[in-house]
Design a protein around this ligand. Structure first.
Ligand code: PMT
Length: 403
């Protein structure tokens, strides 16, 4: 999400006394890179584990470390910040801060301000497994969730106390992805189910080789992130991809076009919006060799047969109120080819993109594209980041979505 460069959107990053406190530096950096103003707050125990100076250097903001800030710094007095902040992000969140927040204890700047703010609160717990599983901690988490607080993590794995189990601070990137929708006021897809296909399929030739394509999954990720920011319920069916999907999506990993088709058939009927962004193979090997094909000193002929056309199956059986969006990957005749696909697949929109340019197509950060609609409209988008392509596309879908 790109916020205004004026840093008008402020996130209070509350750091408490977990050994994972040092990871909050990385989180602070990720937040700053989103153009957010980050006000770091370190509890007394956090300062034993992570230096305030690091947070000040990363955020460019004065770290709040006292119990109650001196009156001569009213801009960081807890009531002022409580009113101003768009999000309170407590990472790492110890059992102690969860207990204080759940029971209304206000004995330092952070716990006091958590009571004073009306901004959303997101906790990223980090603690020993037994502490996390303790009924008291679980009860505090349940209480805070009932009051509308949000939680991300913890993760499972090796903990600082050399035990294995749940309680690790979840990755800072994941925390960021959980925070961004809380900072985005848009809710125009709230309650809508969006199903997206992403990545490229792989059609096996033998146990070692396959027919594939260069899809990285970046476009699919951008679409999923945009839908999450707009509060949709997002399911992604993805072929193998080097790009992780954002936190909060329901993901189904597949390999072949047939597997993708199966998943789509299974869940597309529930979708309010179906977006077919995956690079789905049109053909597969008629015969898949059970053993690795050996060099035979002679040409090898592969007989390919057609795969199911997933988009066409959905488009021609569209349910009332559903919005169907296809993509067209073209190397020439962009509009003409895309128009043909729009009518053949009976989609509501086709995102036609040039895929043979160094800055547009498979694996790129940007796309040169246009949106064709079923009424004959063509909206030129020019060269945009894939995140912005997703934003414009969802704006078009929103305009057509039944309320
Ligand atoms: O993943 P990235 O690296 O970010 O690259 C993004 C992208 C270039 C893959 C993406 O922008 C894109 O163009 N995706 C569609 C690729 C594709 O298969 O286009 P197509 O013109 O061959 O297919 C037309 C439409 O039919 C697409 O919506 C496709 O998903 C769908 N299709 C195609 C074949 C098939 N068997 N079933 C399908 O549903």
């Amino acid at each position: 999400m790109k916020t205004s460069s004026s840093n008008s959107v402020e996130v209070v990053l509350g750091v408490t006394g977990s050994i994972a406190a040092y990871k909050a530096c990385e989180l602070a950096s990720l937040l700053v890179k989103q153009g957010l103003r980050v006000t770091p707050v370190l509890t007394r125990s956090a300062q034993e584990l992570a230096g305030a100076a690091s947070f000040e250097a990363i955020t460019g903001q004065r770290a709040i470390t006292g119990l109650f800030e001196p009156l001569q710094a009213p801009e960081i007095a807890h009531i002022a910040v409580a009113r101003r902040a768009s999000l309170f992000l407590i990472a790492p969140a110890t059992a102690n801060i969860l207990a204080k927040a759940a029971h209304g204890i206000a004995d330092d700047w952070l716990s006091t301000t958590l009571l004073a703010t009306e901004a959303p609160i997101l906790f990223a717990p980090a603690m020993n497994t037994n502490m996390y599983n303790h009924p008291a901690t679980q009860a505090n988490i349940a209480t805070l969730q009932e009051r509308g607080c949000h939680f991300v993590g913890p993760d499972s794995g090796m903990l600082a106390c050399k035990t294995e189990g749940i309680g690790r601070l979840i990755a800072p990137q994941t925390i960021l992805e959980a925070a961004l929708p809380l900072l985005d006021a848009r809710r125009d897809f709230e309650g809508k189910r969006v199903v997206i296909t992403s990545g490229g399929t792989r059609e096996p030739i033998d146990p070692v080789r396959f027919i594939g394509n260069r899809s990285s999954g970046k476009m699919g990720r951008a679409l999923a992130m945009e839908a999450l920011l707009r509060k949709a319920q997002v399911t992604v069916i993805s072929g193998p991809s080097e790009t992780p999907l954002p936190y909060g999506v329901q993901a189904h990993q597949v390999e072949t076009a047939s597997e993708m088709a199966e998943w789509v058939q299974r869940i597309a009927t529930e979708a309010d919006v179906f977006i077919s962004a995956a690079a789905v193979a049109d053909y597969r090997a008629e015969q898949v060799s059970p053993d690795k094909i050996k060099r035979a000193g002679a040409p090898l002929t592969l007989r390919l047969v057609e795969n199911p056309d997933i988009l066409a199956q959905i488009g021609t059986h569209k349910l009332p109120g559903q919005i169907i969006v296809g993509y067209a990957a073209e190397t020439s005749e962009l509009i003409g080819n895309a128009k043909a696909k729009l009518s053949a697949k009976q989609a509501d929109f086709i995102l036609a993109n040039q895929v043979n340019a160094p800055d547009s197509g498979f694996g790129t950060e940007t796309l040169r594209s246009c949106i064709l609609d079923a009424q004959g409209g063509v909206q030129e988008l020019g060269l945009l980041d894939k995140a912005d392509v997703a934003r414009v596309l969802f704006d078009r879908i929103a305009a057509q979505c039944p309320a």
